[in-house]
Design a protein around this ligand. Structure first.
Ligand code: AGP
Length: 374
C-alpha cells in the first residue's frame, strides 16, 4: 500500500496531486487543435453515431449521485448554451422515488465514477424501459453502467482509491465539457466560443499544476477553521456546483457540518445565519455572475460576516475592497472550465481539515467507495 501511495501520506492527497496528469489522460486524443486543413473540435468516438439524436432530443437529463451529480451540474450551463436543448438535473434516488416522466425523445446521461452505483443503475434501467437514449459517463471500463447504456465516454482518470472523489470529478467535468462541444459542433454562431474552450482545455493541465501551489495556503486556512462547527460555501452559475462539491468534501471527510448554497438564494433564508463567527467561503471568480457575487460580498460584509473570498488572481481589491478574513486567489481560465480549477483548493482544504481534526482521510466513517445497495 505504501508503494502505491508513493511519497504521499494518503491516497486522496496523491489523487489530488495527480490531476494535471489524469486530466491530460482524459483529454488525450479527443481534442483537435485545428490547422489549415482541420477545424478545431473534439472527437468522442463512443458518441459519434448518436450525436444527431442527442441534438434533436427534446430534453437532456443528467442523472447521478453525490460528486458525479455535482460534476454534471457544473457543466449544465454550457450544455444548455451550446446545444440549446433544455437540461434537467436528477439525483438518481429522487428520480426513482418520483417515477419521473421520461420519453423516447429524451437523452438521459448517467454520470458515475464507479459505474456501479445502485440508484444510478436502477435509474438507467427505468430510463431504458421508457425508450430514452441512454449515455454513460464512467471511469470504469466494463462497469454495469457502461455496459447498460447505448453509448458513452470513459473519463480515463485512472483508478481512484480514496472514498472521496477528487480526480474523477475534474475529469468528469472535462468530459462533459467535450460532450457540450460535440453536441454544439454544427453551430456557426458559437464557433469562436467553442474554439476558446478548446484552447482552455489544452491549457488545463498546466493551470491545474499552478493552482496546486495553493496547498500551503490551504493548510494555513485549515488551521484557522479546524475548531469550527460549520462552514458555508456560496456559489452561483458554473460554481454553484463548486459550492456543493466543496461542502460535500468537508462534511464527508472532516466530519464538519458544511453547506453549499446558491448565492441567489441568500436573502431567502441563509442570510439569517450570518454573524461574526460563522466562516463563509464566497466563490467569486470571473464570469457573467461575478458582479452579482461582488454585491453578495458587500451584503455579507455589511452584516460583519466572516468571509473567505475565492477570486481570480489580482481581483482581490476589486472583489472585496473592504478586505476579507482570507482570500484564495486562483488562476483564471474560461468560465466553463473554472469549476475544475476552483474545486482544487477546496479539495486541499478538506484534506488538511481532516488531517488536523484527526479523522480517516481515505476511509471516512460509515462510507463506501461504491454504493451498490439502495
Ligand atoms: C464522493 O466524494 C462521494 N464518495 C460520493 O458522493 C460519490 O460521488 C457517489 O456515491 C457517487 O458515486 P459514483 O460516481 O461511483 O456513482
Amino acid at each position: 500500500e505504501q508503494i502505491k501511495k508513493g511519497n504521499y501520506d494518503h491516497f486522496m492527497q496523491k489523487e489530488i496531486y495527480e490531476q494535471p496528469e489524469s486530466l491530460r489522460t482524459t483529454l488525450r486524443g479527443r481534442l483537435i487543435p485545428g490547422d489549415e486543413s482541420k477545424v478545431k473540435g473534439v472527437l468522442l468516438g463512443g458518441l459519434k453515431a448518436h450525436l444527431r439524436t442527442i441534438r434533436r432530443s427534446r430534453r437532456i437529463l443528467f442523472i447521478g449521485c453525490g460528486t458525479s451529480f455535482h460534476a454534471a451540474l457544473a457543466t449544465r450551463p454550457l450544455v444548455e448554451e451550446l446545444s440549446e436543448v433544455p437540461v434537467t438535473m436528477e439525483i438518481a434516488s429522487d428520480f426513482l422515488d418520483r417515477r419521473a416522466p421520461i420519453y423516447r425523445e429524451d437523452t438521459a446521461v448517467f454520470v458515475s465514477q464507479s459505474g456501479e452505483t445502485a440508484d444510478t443503475l436502477q435509474a438507467l434501467e427505468y430510463a431504458k424501459s421508457h425508450g430514452a437514449l441512454c449515455v454513460g459517463i464512467t471511469n470504469t471500463v466494463g462497469s454495469a453502467i457502461s455496459r447498460g447504456t447505448d453509448c458513452g465516454v470513459h473519463i480515463n482518470a485512472g483508478c481512484e482509491i480514496g472514498v472521496a472523489s477528487t480526480k474523477a470529478y475534474t475529469s468528469q467535468i472535462a468530459v462533459m465539457t467535450m460532450l457540450a462541444l460535440a453536441i454544439g459542433e454544427d453551430a456557426i454562431s458559437t464557433r469562436a466560443r467553442r474554439e476558446a474552450i478548446i484552447d482552455g482545455l489544452l491549457d488545463l493541465p498546466g493551470v491545474v499544476k499552478e493552482v496546486l501551489k495553493l496547498d500551503e495556503k490551504m493548510k494555513e486556512l485549515a488551521a484557522t477553521l479546524m475548531e469550527e462547527q460549520s462552514l458555508l460555501l456560496f456559489g452561483r452559475g458554473y460554481n454553484y456546483a463548486t459550492a456543493l462539491e466543496g461542502a460535500l468534501k468537508v462534511k464527508e471527510l472532516a466530519l464538519m457540518h458544511s453547506e453549499g448554497i446558491l448565492a441567489g438564494e441568500m436573502k431567502h433564508g441563509p442570510l439569517a445565519l450570518v454573524d461574526e463567527t460563522l466562516p463563509i467561503i464566497v466563490i467569486a471568480t470571473r464570469d457573467s455572475t461575478c458582479s452579482k457575487q461582488q454585491s453578495v460580498i458587500q451584503q455579507l460584509q455589511a452584516r460583519k460576516g466572516r468571509l473567505i473570498v475565492m477570486c481570480a488572481k489580482g481581483d482581490a481589491a476589486i472583489m472585496c475592497p473592504n478586505g476579507a478574513s482570507y482570500v484564495i486567489e486562483v488562476p483564471h481560465i474560461q468560465d466553463c472550465l473554472q469549476p475544475i480549477i476552483n474545486i482544487i483548493p477546496l479539495q486541499l482544504l478538506a484534506y488538511h481539515l481532516t488531517v488536523l481534526r484527526g479523522f480517516n482521510v481515505d476511509q471516512p466513517r460509515n462510507l463506501a467507495k461504491s454504493v451498490t445497495t439502495e
